[in-house]
Design a protein around this ligand. Structure first.
Ligand SMILES: [Zn+2]
Length: 365
């Protein structure tokens, strides 16, 4: 058993994470490098999606980890390694039939096609590992006010199927896990990926799929340009907020508690004003114990799968707004990365790294 596995075992139960962090704090003085962040980053060397040549840059986890070290943003002791989620964790969100199909390789041809990534057992293992990362990130966020998961954000996975590069919904799994352990009762998701968080909205809104279900994949979308507008439809113990490009995947957008539908090319100032408005509207209606920030890098104006007009600076400002909102309202915040398909991979890495830097800026105060 290597050190990563030992760490992993120690951290499975929420309370034992306290022991783990005490162990780490006492050990790094002798053996480790000084920590540079007032919170943890969750990451594991095995983070990689086995999908071959693909628009999803699955090397981004490793590259971001290295970038944060190289730039002096974080030291090795700022990172914590998760264990894979267990079946019991995943079954709090996903149907037994779907989980069984994933584990036995018996998805239908259509179900495999909807994933938009090639199915394999290794792919399922990779998603279970990242779901474990989001569970650990939620635990650390509750202990330290904030935690950034260098992974996760698979918001297109529904209870009974996956789609849009998402096999299982790590955000929902983390929330249901924290509720099951009694650590939280209510959570809020703030999804700023350019694509609507359809899986998360459906899981927590318990909406029925329309019949017949519309195509899930991203091709061939055309729609007339509409001005930005906000829709509200809240129910249940998780409040879901999604800001996204309206004229983009998914075609069918199940209602979130708040959906902000943005027109193509929305620039920084307009986007940030809508973000502030959505957060204020949300907190007037709902008091969460945990905030799950889905910090997609794909609202970037040079994203291959996005059509909004945000700059790298605008995206960093977005991160700061969400972190200040969480800090000022005393809501612990866990962050997941979600999408990012910039023409230049280094832009995607920089946008994700800026999220860590924004958390450091806001939570160092
Ligand atoms: Zn996306």
């Amino acid at each position: 058993m290597g050190p990563g596995k030992l760490r992993t075992k120690i951290c499975v139960a929420p309370n034992s994470c306290v022991l783990f962090s005490l162990f780490r704090q006492s050990s790094f003085r002798v053996f480790g490098s000084p920590r540079m962040l007032p919170f943890k980053l969750v990451y594991r060397e095995e983070y990689y999606l086995p999908i071959g040549e693909h628009v999803f840059p699955s090397a981004k986890y490793r590259l971001l980890h290295q970038y944060l070290l190289d730039q002096g943003v974080a030291s090795p002791d700022d990172f914590a390694a998760p264990a894979p989620a267990g079946d019991d964790d995943v079954l709090r969100v996903h149907t037994p039939m779907y989980v069984n199909k994933l584990k036995t390789g018996t998805l239908s041809a259509r179900e495999e096609l909807e994933l938009e990534v090639p199915y394999s057992k290794e792919l399922v293992d990779a998603f279970f590992l990242q779901a474990g990362g989001s569970i650990l990130a939620a635990e650390f966020a509750l202990n330290n006010r904030v935690c950034v998961h260098i992974g996760g954000g698979f918001h297109h996975a529904f209870a009974d199927h996956g789609e849009g590069f998402c096999v299982i919904n790590d955000i929902a799994i983390a929330i249901r896990g924290m509720q099951a352990s009694g650590r939280i009762q209510r959570a809020m998701t703030v999804d700023c990926d350019v694509h609507q968080g359809n899986g998360t909205a459906a899981i927590f809104g318990e909406v029925e799929e329309p019949f017949p279900p519309p195509p899930a994949w991203s091709a061939g979308l055309t729609a007339p340009r509409k001005p930005a507008h906000m829709k509200q439809a809240h129910k249940g113990d998780v409040f879901t907020i999604s800001l996204h490009q309206e004229n983009n995947y998914p075609v069918w957008k199940p209602p979130s508690s708040i959906d902000v539908n943005l027109p193509d090319g929305t620039p920084d100032a307009e986007y940030l004003a809508w973000l502030e408005k959505a957060l204020m509207t949300g907190i007037e209606q709902f008091e969460p114990d945990l905030l799950c920030y889905v910090a997609g890098a794909d609202p970037y104006r040079e994203d291959q799968l996005g059509g909004l007009g945000l700059t790298i600076e605008g995206l960093k400002h977005r991160d700061e707004i969400v972190f200040r909102f969480a800090r000022n309202n005393s809501i612990p915040v866990m962050v997941t990365l979600a999408g990012g398909y910039a023409v230049r991979l280094e832009d995607t890495i920089r946008i994700h790294a800026n999220t860590v830097i924004a958390a450091k800026t806001v939570f160092s105060k």
